[in-house]
Design a protein. Structure first.
Length: 267
DNA sequence: AACCTTTCCAACCGCAGGTAT
DNA sequence: GATACCTGCGGTTGGAAAGGT
């Protein structure tokens, strides 16, 4: 069997996009909309693979892409979200309107990871030295956080304990998959989880059945994007809103204590 | 000025989940 | 249910640009 290769065509263009290719792609998507990436290159007359077109559009050509320096506020948010979510770049990017997952991933790998690992003695030569130092300093000495392991899988529901002192063990979707380490797995392997019957009254008495954490993230992300795109939110309102979202998220993950510690450190 | 090293970022690759047939 | 295809994600790479010697 085996997978069909992404690009069947030999001699398909690779590497940097030309201005002409950008124009063709933009014009095509403006006329026909996004999607159908596999057939798009042929229809648009581009000698590129569909994946490449999608990436170019998503990371560069799409309207609303914010380019340029990451602000200290954005950096602070990235660091905090990374503490909670790990390398879930698309989720992190979803909370930074105009930023792409690729950009955040690159920024993390090239700047933040080094700074947070204590390599701040060698500031990046392309980075403004004053930029973002404060936020990095705040988090550098912090203990290794519980992070959601990458490549997590979805499960259909999450049980969150109402007892704030006893979060994770009651939550099958949040229980650690490898007890030997401290990593927190957002979702367990679907097949391994015995999902509780929500109609079991005794269970409902003691626990609150909620959509799973990823569903919450999707929901809040969509809400933020919608409000931002529809002009219902001014940029200045974004920070407090995100702060609230983060608090909700930490609550959902059962990490309120750590979050409070962070706030204390920040103060 | 020339060469070497480092940094950054756009793009590629492979994998996994979702959906259609 | 099995298979094929589509899409999105995260890790990695390659090359241009900047800095250092």
């Amino acid at each position: 069997m085996g997978r069909k290769p992404c690009c069947l065509k030999e001699g398909v263009n690779k590497g940097a996009w030309s201005a002409q290719e950008d124009k063709i792609l933009t014009n095509y998507i403006e006329l026909h909309g996004e999607g159908k990436w596999n057939t798009l290159p042929q229809k648009a007359g581009l000698n590129r693979c569909g994946k490449s077109c999608r990436l170019r559009w998503m990371n560069y050509l799409r309207p609303g892409i914010k380019r340029g320096n990451i602000s200290p506020d954005e950096e602070d948010l990235i660091i905090r979200l990374h503490r909670l979510l790990g390398n879930r770049w698309s989720l992190i990017a979803g909370r930074l309107p105009g930023r792409t997952d690729n950009e955040i991933k690159n920024y993390w790998n090239s700047v933040l990871s080094k700074k947070l690992n204590g390599d701040a003695s060698k500031p990046s030569n392309r980075q403004c030295e004053c930029e973002g130092k404060e936020s990095v300093e705040k988090y550098r000495s912090g203990s290794t956080p519980n992070v959601i392991a990458p490549k997590a899988r979805r499960c259909t529901g999450t049980l969150l304990s109402l007892d704030k002192g006893n979060h994770l063990p009651n939550n099958p979707c949040l229980a650690s998959s490898t007890p030997a380490n401290d990593e927190l797995t957002l979702e367990s392997q679907k097949d391994d989880v015995q999902m509780p019957n929500v109609e079991d009254e005794a269970l409902i008495d003691s626990e609150l059945y909620m959509p799973n954490t990823l569903d919450y993230l999707d929901f809040s992300q969509t809400r933020i994007e919608d409000m931002f795109e529809n002009g219902n939110m001014h940029e200045s309102e974004l920070a407090p809103m995100l702060e609230m979202e983060l608090e909700n998220l930490t609550s959902l993950l059962g990490l309120e204590d750590e979050w409070r510690e962070l706030d204390v450190e920040n103060d």
